[in-house]
Design a protein around this ligand. Sequence first.
Ligand SMILES: [Zn+2]
Length: 271
Amino acid sequence: MNFKVWCLGWITCFTSLPAWGFVHIHQLKPHLDVSPAQPLISFFWNGAAPKLDAKDGVFDGAFSEASDRDLMELLLKEAVRIWTDVPTAYIEMEIVEKADVELDPDDETFSIVVEKQKSVAVAAASLPSFLSQDPDPSDVEKNPHLIHDCDISVSDSTVEAKSLLHTLVHELGHCLGLGHPHSTYQSIMSYATFDQSAHLYLDDEAGVTFLYPEPSESQEVKSITCGRVGGGDAAGGGAANLARLLMGLSLCFPFALSLSRLWRRAHSPRP
Ligand SMILES: [Zn+2]
């Protein structure tokens, strides 16, 4: 193998690993005002629907003849189900039809309003509110770590049903407290993904589990034994340093061995 190609392979393998992970909508890590005892958030939908195309692209085509309104209701319920069914997170969401809901960032009503948008490029937008402008704030509004409101505005323009479902799951993710990860394609919250299906990736599930950890997942663990190398005293610190040194040498050994072989091969006399 060419020496330069070999070096390039090592560098590529150990420097290009992507930093996958979820991100929050803000460094305050705001989340919805729920608890394991009261895990439910209701989203109030104004009952309107966009013109839906390619209806056979969702639910295996079972509702390809459904009206726009009926299919919109199914898409909304499917979108909240996808987040609610994450087994390691306790959050629950439901869709309630309410004709007179409106977009108001401080009414503490979670609204989904289908309406005409100013820009045709906007399919939907969500507005998680956690820094209140209310002159007379409630206790929840006073807490910047709590999302006290999140309204979702959906365009009434024609859209494919599958694409709209993907968009609804994405916008609900913002209302849960998740932002746009720019270092991964493996998230429905990423702008970079070309996958229009509405399933969650591991990063999405990790994000919602971080914000709303299901207590039963940890209560089943009675005790945890942790291994730790070294300690605070001099003897423990010496052992830790020795362990790190040995670990480092063991990791470097294959690299050094193959490097020396290549070096010998490159400098050995040719017949
Ligand atoms: Zn987004």
